[in-house]
Design a protein around this ligand. Structure first.
Ligand code: PRP
Length: 216
């Protein structure tokens, strides 16, 4: 390994995404032993041999680190990419973290989506919700930003419908709600800083190639 080689830095969304990413990287021979220590409070981990660094951040911050070049590579859900709208190359669909972005609500709200009525939409994803209703459905709506447990919206009378991710559908079912319209499929994506893609083209392209082969 070239001693002068600079570190390639990965920003991973905390939780399942990071876990799945590390498992996938391990399959192509990239490991980070330091990261496996569950008691550690360290935020950044190094693989000296491969000249790689990894850090965990809140999912919605991953595109920010990558856009500014604080990380060369990021792994984040497509939902976050659509919502944050940051500049970075989206290079790979990693295939895990699969779910759907949907408009959900009680069955009775179906009708409200048919006639361009002014309705209230609660979501953790106001940008995605706005884009869908304004640009795709041409329906003017009132969007209310929530930070989680969005299913509460229609239940407590805050909103008519919600825009949220649906994975197994059990949260909806247990709360008497259903998918009313599907917006788009979601999964984990690898993103690359635009300058890093040029400056570290060889290493990054090799990595993408190896991952593609592993995923095919
Ligand atoms: C997500 C999402 C739904 C749920 C969907 O919430 O917002 O509530 O998971 O999963 P399911 O279809 O398998 O039930 P998350 O658990 O991330 O927490 P949050 O509600 O606080 O955002």
């Amino acid at each position: 390994m070239n001693e002068d080689m600079r570190y390639l830095t990965f920003a991973l969304g905390k939780g399942r995404l990071a876990k799945n990413t590390l498992a996938l990287l391990e399959e192509i021979g990239i490991t980070c032993e330091e990261m496996k220590d569950k008691d550690s409070r360290k935020l950044i981990f190094v693989n000296e041999e491969l000249k790689l660094k990894f850090f965990l951040s809140k999912g919605p911050d991953v595109p920010t680190y990558v856009e500014y070049g604080a990380a060369d590579i990021g792994v984040v859900g497509k939902d976050t990419l659509l919502e944050e709208g940051k500049r970075a190359y989206e290079v790979l669909d990693l295939g895990f973290g699969k779910c759907r972005m949907c408009v959900c609500g009680p069955e009775s709200a179906k009708e409200l989506l048919q006639h361009h009525e002014m309705i209230r939409v609660a979501s953790k994803y106001p940008k995605i919700a706005k884009d869908y209703f304004y640009n795709k459905k041409h329906q003017t709506v009132d969007i209310i930003k929530l930070n989680g447990s969005v299913e509460l919206g229609p239940i407590v009378g805050l909103s008519d419908v919600i825009v949220d991710i649906v994975e197994t559908g059990s949260t909806l079912k247990e709360n008497g709600l259903e998918v009313l319209e599907e917006i788009c499929p979601i999964s984990a994506r690898m993103i690359v800083n635009q300058v890093s893609m040029k400056m570290e083209a060889e290493r990054i392209k090799k990595l993408i190639g190896q991952l593609k082969e592993r995923l095919s």
